[in-house]
Design a binder for this molecule. Structure first.
Ligand SMILES: [Zn+2]
Length: 329
């Protein structure tokens, strides 16, 4: 690890002064970690009901399948809420994250997601199998642009339909799952909001997701989660957020609290992004890139395109007369 650059050190200082971090979770394949007490009767923090009124037979994933096969569960989500979120906001979150999971080779229940040209029939296809990406396109319908000199391959993926604010609720739900019991009272309206199937209801005025992209080879099977809460006496920053690091991406997601965030009401949100360690080799891959994502849209988004650029070591043309090529990262 190299020394922190001044901007990263300043950001680390800012967060240290304004926030306290709960114990971070470092999750790896094969681990199983369950949040909350297993004591009976269990209580669901999402609907407020307890056993025996509601049941807790199914494993409730604290991180939905949208983030890969991660063994993080909770004892405080009942079967009915688990099913309700799984069919609703977690499905939108899954569709929103799918291109990212394909590009970063994040394995879900059925492997790394394959993305095909929408509309069925013959078209382009991006698939990861046997340790390399398999890219297919058909004559007369080119989809991939190869820059041999730069050793770059450029193309677009498409997203399955999703409602942005539903995906946002899915992200906030992860934060609500991470909260310790003592904090829950500050978030009662936030629980109501994520449970509300009417996505037209507005909640908070400003709701950016801060995304940091770290180029270069990064582990694609480990997840880091950090929950941060404002230090007492501080009134200039949002009350709580969490950071999730997965593959090349780090997302910083606010967990709004109507009561605790009153002090920043009406003020433009200006926060330095949460510092990330950056790439293993900053010289080769550059500094992390930061952008903000607005997921407050209430209408279903269809056919959204996601541009992608791969660096590659080599391309293998298949021997048969198909048009598929393979590109190793
Ligand atoms: Zn419930």
């Amino acid at each position: 690890m190299t020394d922190l650059d001044p901007a990263t050190a300043a950001a680390a200082d800012f967060y240290d002064q304004h926030y306290a971090c709960c114990k971070p979770l470092f999750l790896e394949p094969g681990m199983r970690c369950t949040l909350g007490s297993p004591d009976r009767p269990k209580h669901c923090r999402f609907c407020g009901l307890s056993e025996p009124e509601v049941q807790f037979k199914t494993d409730a994933h604290a991180l939905p399948a949208a983030f890969g096969r991660i063994g993080l569960f909770s004892n405080y989500e009942c079967d009915a809420c688990n099913s309700y979120f799984g069919k609703g906001i977690e499905n939108d979150l899954g569709n929103w994250t799918k291109p990212m999971r394909t590009l970063m080779r994040i394995k879900g229940r059925s492997g790394v997601p394959t993305i095909k040209e929408p509309g069925g029939g013959k078209g382009w296809r991006v698939e990861y199998s046997t340790g390399a990406f398999q890219l297919s396109e058909y004559e007369g319908d080119p989809h991939f642009t190869i820059d041999e000199q730069a050793k770059q391959l450029r193309f677009e993926l498409h997203r399955d339909p999703y409602i942005p604010v539903a995906a946002l609720k899915g992200l906030v739900k992860i934060g609500l799952t991470l909260l310790p019991e003592v904090e829950l009272a500050h978030f009662s309206e936030t629980f109501d909001w994520i449970r509300n199937p009417d996505h037209s209801q507005s909640f908070v005025a400003e709701f950016p997701i801060i995304r940091t992209f770290i180029s270069g080879p990064m582990p694609n099977d480990k997840v880091t989660l950090m929950l941060l809460r404002r230090r007492s006496g501080v009134t200039t920053v949002p009350y709580a957020f969490y950071v999730i690091g997965l593959g090349n991406e780090v997302l910083q997601v606010f967990i709004p609290s109507l009561s605790q965030d009153q002090c920043i009401n009406g003020q433009p949100l200006s926060l330095v992004p949460f510092p990330t360690p950056g790439s293993f080799d900053a010289k080769a891959y550059g500094r992390p890139r930061v952008n903000t994502i607005d997921l407050t849209g209430r209408e279903t988004v269809r056919g959204e395109k996601v541009p992608a650029t791969f660096g590659f070591d080599g391309i293998v043309q298949p021997e048969a007369d198909s048009n598929a090529g393979g590109a190793g990262q």
